[in-house]
Design a protein around this ligand. Sequence first.
Ligand SMILES: *[C@@H]1O[C@H](CO)[C@@H](O)[C@H](O)[C@H]1NC(C)=O
Length: 121
Amino acid sequence: MASTFQTLIIVLFTLLIKGYGQCELKDITVGTERTPRQIGGKQEWNVSFINTCKCPQQGLTVSCNGFQSVENVDLGVFAPVGNNNCIVNGGRAIAPFATVHFVYAWDPPFIFVPVSSRVQC
Ligand SMILES: *[C@@H]1O[C@H](CO)[C@@H](O)[C@H](O)[C@H]1NC(C)=O
């Protein structure tokens, strides 16, 4: 009886730590929208990184294999860091439910997949 009770407490405690208030990498949403502009004959794209979690996330890196742009990219928002990865927002925290944007011009668009972040709950 005592051990069942202990197990229950441990399970509840684990749920509390894991399920309550925690965020994960999947709480970063990446969106790419076509803009009305073309730069040097290439379509311009507006990329959004949205933190859908109630805690800040910092040090967000995404895969950006082969990334190129004919338009200068705001390196404070999106910059290559090697290993086919790019760092978002200069590694600074993205606030809860906040979005950071940058635009680039290339055809076809690139797909950015989150690789890592540090959750600050
Ligand atoms: C990118 O999209 C956001 C809204 O999703 C908008 O606020 C921002 O002005 C856009 N930037 C450009 C350059 O189109």
